[in-house]
Design a binder for this molecule. Structure first.
Ligand SMILES: *Cc1c(COP(=O)(O)O)cnc(C)c1O
Length: 385
């Protein structure tokens, strides 16, 4: 198949997201060596930009891991947890449960705080667990739980963790880069995301930020980090001391650099605004068809992954298949919500009127209804182009 044979595709999934045009352009740069001075200079810019994106303290160590968001998750447990440590995981969806499983594989004694499906973790429940034991090594929480479209109260949880001596690890995959994130102000010790979510870069690198306190805990480990590839010291060999550790995916650094710059140039406030505006327009366009927000409490709704309950009798699989035939990808529910919800991605370049206009138009056509497009445009009227 020739490259020209690929039609334009509209990705409305909760990751990967459509590539930012600057990222796409950066991907076609000629290859440079991973030890090239120009690559090290570019890496420094990435590190500085990541400090801004994560809202870190000055000089905080940031880097890209050569893998997806899950490697960011795994590296946190591998470096900051030792066998026998007690770890408290907030798990109210599949990514929270993935955290609990990873912590257990690194030998942690895992305790879990949960919440009913479609609801946020309650800070009171975290406080109660923290009160039960004085020796928790780490608290881990997913900020935006993609499997259900739920936003967990990270600032409140961080406040509770602050004086316990535990480290706080936050999965920022669906938030950082799209919504304000304040690592230093909140008191987060380890944060990670994946390039292909809010930044609209290709999958394959995981931007991380590691607090001074977390680095100090890592330095005091009794045993070496069992995951050699992502050992924090190994990362610092390359990213700080500019010595060889492993060959980084240079072209993915180019693309991430371009996408991250574009995100910071636009600004988090502007990005947050377009997420909200496109999200509200989708809800008002689809509500008369019987779609309704899946997450009951408005404050629990994750803006970047809009979970919508489907209308009674809606042919979920059939409609999504018909959309795919028109080059539009939409994601359904996961596990217990399969067949019941859609999860519409509003991260990065997906959070624009253009891609959703295509969905509205296709739905009018496939379902034989009118007014969807009109309501969508009316809700957006004048606020976004
Ligand atoms: C996508 C996602 C991950 C995992 O990222 P991969 O890039 O698929 O490895 C982790 N956490 C959350 C909240 C996600 O949405």
């Amino acid at each position: 198949m020739s490259l020209d044979a690929f039609p334009e595709h509209i990705l409305l999934t909760p990751g990967p997201t459509p590539l930012h045009p600057h990222a796409l352009q950066a991907l076609s740069r000629p290859m440079l060596g991973h030890m090239d001075p120009e690559v090290f200079a570019l890496n420094c810019e990435i590190q500085g930009d990541l400090r801004v994106m994560y809202g870190t303290a000055p000089g905080t160590f940031t880097a890209l891991l050569a893998g997806t968001g899950s490697l960011g998750m795994e590296a946190g447990f591998a470096n900051l947890v030792e066998a026998g440590d007690e770890v408290l995981v907030c798990a109210n969806g599949s990514f929270g449960r993935r955290m609990a499983e990873m912590a257990a594989r690194y030998g942690a004694r895992v305790r879990v705080v949960t919440a009913p499906l479609g609801e946020a973790i309650r800070a009171d429940d975290v406080a109660a667990e923290l009160a039960k034991s004085g020796d928790i090594r780490m608290v881990a929480v997913v900020h935006g739980e993609t499997s259900t479209g739920v936003l967990n109260p990270v600032p409140e949880i961080a406040e509770l963790v602050r004086d316990t001596g535990a480290l706080l690890a936050v999965d920022a995959v669906t938030t950082a880069g799209m919504e304000p994130f304040h690592m230093a102000r909140w008191g987060v010790d380890y944060a990670y995301t994946g390039a292909q979510k809010c930044l609209s870069a290709p999958p394959g690198v995981a931007p991380v930020a590691i607090s001074e306190r977390a680095l100090a805990r890592h330095a005091a480990r009794r045993t070496p980090t069992p995951l050699w590839y992502c050992d924090f010291e190994g990362l610092r060999d390359y990213w700080t001391r500019q010595t060889y550790h492993h060959t980084v995916p240079v072209n993915l650094h180019f693309a991430l650099h371009a996408a991250l710059r574009a995100a910071l140039d636009e600004g988090m406030a502007a990005r947050q605004r377009r997420v909200q505006q496109v999200g509200e327009a989708i809800v008002s366009a689809l509500a008369p068809l019987g779609f309704s927000p899946y997450v009951r409490r408005p404050q629990d709704r994750l803006p970047t992954v809009l979970a919508l309950r489907l209308p009674q009798g809606f042919d979920d699989a059939g409609v999504r298949q018909a959309l795919r035939a028109r080059e539009i990808s939409v994601t359904g529910g996961l596990g217990p919500t399969a067949g019941q919800i859609w999860r519409l991605g509003l991260m990065g370049e997906a959070a624009r009127p253009g891609p959703y206009r295509a969905l509205m138009r296709a739905l009018e056509d496939l379902l034989g209804v009118r007014g969807v497009m009109e309501r969508f445009e009316a809700a957006l009227d004048g606020v976004l182009v």
